[in-house]
Design a protein. Structure first.
Length: 202
């Protein structure tokens, strides 16, 4: 059976999740393929790391969406008025922050990992940006809020601000403050919405 690129990426993602160093020679050996075959199908180590991190991040985002749907169905706001996209993003950041394998990667290889995560033309950030645009667009289409700027510009600010807080221990040698991140991101999304409109939409 021929291994696909997706299967290689999934295995790499599981390694990262378990805190195992992503060594391409060892990975290729475990998969029963040569290192050159792994390279042809999945790219170099940073390409593979990027795809694996996106795989983990996307699954984390989808799990956060499912948690909302289980609790509130199709509602665009929770009973206390929290906007769906903000709640999903808050859980997404919290789950990433709590992933020990991911943080081991950051601790062991901070320069490479941050380069892979934040490269605007890389394997991670453009997909993260697109996922956030889709997430916010769903709430806009449902009448949850009216963005003050275009969704792509808004999501660019959201993703970069989220990165600044989520990776603050690496970027600025300070502990991540996810509560502050949630407060600031909510302000970005909803500051212009009249207070009388903020608790509608259920």
């Amino acid at each position: 059976m021929t291994l696909t690129a997706d299967e290689i990426v999934r295995t790499a993602a599981h390694w990262i999740d378990r805190g195992v160093r992503l060594d391409t020679r060892t990975l290729a050996s475990e998969l029963g393929i040569s290192r050159s075959t792994l390279f042809r199908r999945a790219g170099n180590r940073e390409d593979l790391m990027g795809d694996a991190l996106w795989y983990l991040g996307n699954h984390t985002m989808e799990a956060a969406k499912r948690a909302w749907e289980k609790a509130f169905g199709d509602a665009v706001r929770s009973p206390d008025g929290e906007l769906r996209c903000l709640a999903v993003m808050r859980r997404y950041r919290s789950d990433i922050a709590g992933n020990q394998g991911f943080h081991k990667l950051l601790d062991d290889e901070p320069v490479v990992t941050m380069r892979v995560l934040t490269d605007p033309h890389g394997r991670v950030q453009p997909r993260v940006m697109a996922a956030h645009v889709d997430l916010l667009r769903r709430d806009v289409d449902a009448g949850g809020f009216v963005p003050a700027v275009g969704l792509e510009s808004l999501c660019y600010a959201i993703v970069r601000l989220g990165e600044a807080f989520l990776y603050s221990d690496v970027l600025a040698s300070r502990a991540p403050d996810l509560e502050a991140a949630s407060t600031l991101l909510a302000a970005l999304v909803e500051a212009h919405v009249p207070a009388t409109e903020r608790h509608t939409g259920l």
